[in-house]
Design a protein around this ligand. Structure first.
Ligand code: OGA
Ligand code: MN
Length: 295
């Protein structure tokens, strides 16, 4: 069986044809999905019905090792019993919608900042795979920005000046910009990580800007200089023509490449309407096909 990809945006993002990812074990089909990721950086799959275990198993088949040192795990243990599965819902352990002052809610609000997943870790995140289980009756969309076209559309002299720069990413930093405070003990566990500003996909050589609201400074530069450069580049990367907005339906499963995109949640009345989403993120270690085979 072939898998078709229908582009949803002029530069990136495609919708995959009908497939049940729970049943996708075939190496050829997994490789076809990886090729689609290399081409489009964001793939939308419809009508998926994963259990938690099936979502984790699929993510491992597709891309190998999973990210388990999530920022939220520093605040509280996952209610699913595996830190690989991040609860991106506005629902607490008791099943009710989170209170306005709930710490988990306030922490999660930072998803409304442009970011990549797990850039504050080393190894960093590669693919994120987000399943929509309960979608509210109002729009509660997610936006994606194309960081490859962002790189391609910078003037050549700017690109040359950015080569070789290293950026520090910290989840404590992005939360603090919203006034969310971590305790000293939490801060100790959230040191952050350093990554190149410019990444290149080893499978196809495509280069991208690697940035996020977690990006706190550029190594070797005075902090305000670095922060201003980061802001300018993020502004460049999130111009409307580089942004795709996803309106979720129940059963949607979206995979994005964190090396090649940024994303952000859009605001909605999250203390009124229930929205349940679950995410697994893989780590950027080795070639996906080889890593997945040995996992
Ligand atoms: C995520 C994320 C945005 C959203 O799951 O990593 O940022 O709209 N989600 O829920
Ligand atoms: Mn995210």
């Amino acid at each position: 069986m072939e898998l078709a990809f229908k582009p949803l945006h002029p530069h990136f993002v495609a919708e995959a044809g009908e497939i049940d990812l729970r049943e996708t074990h075939d190496d050829r089909m997994l490789e076809r999905i990886r090729d689609g990721m290399d081409r489009f950086a964001v793939l939308v799959f419809r009508k998926q019905r994963f259990s938690n275990e099936e979502q984790i198993a699929f993510a491992t088949r597709l891309d190998g090792e999973l990210h388990r040192k999530t920022g939220i795990s520093v605040l509280q243990k996952s209610r699913f019993g595996d830190e690989a599965l991040t609860d991106v819902s506005n629902v607490g352990a008791d099943g009710g919608i989170l209170e306005p002052e709930s710490r988990r809610r306030l922490y999660g609000l930072a998803n409304r900042l442009w970011h990549t997943d797990a850039s504050f870790q080393d190894p960093r995140g590669r693919y994120s795979m987000l399943a929509a289980l309960v979608v509210p009756p109002v729009s509660a969309d997610t936006e994606f920005a194309d960081m490859r076209t962002a790189w391609d559309t910078l003037p050549e002299a700017t690109r040359a000046s950015l080569e070789g720069l290293q950026v520090h990413h910290s989840i404590a930093y992005s939360r603090q910009t919203l006034g969310f405070e971590f305790s000293e003990g939490e801060n100790d566990r959230l040191r952050g990580a350093v990554h190149p500003l410019v990444l290149s996909n080893p499978r196809n050589g495509r280069r991208s800007l690697y940035l996020a609201s977690h990006a706190s400074r550029i190594l070797g530069r005075p902090i305000p200089d670095g922060r201003l450069l980061i802001r300018d580049l993020m502004e460049h990367a999130t111009r409307p023509e580089l942004v795709y907005r996803h309106a979720w339906s129940t059963g949607d499963f979206v995979i994005w490449d964190n090396r090649a995109t940024m994303h952000r949640a859009r605001p909605f009345e999250d203390t009124v309407h229930r929205r349940e989403m679950r995410r697994v993120t893989s780590l950027d270690t080795g070639d996906p096909a080889r890593v997945a085979q040995s996992a």
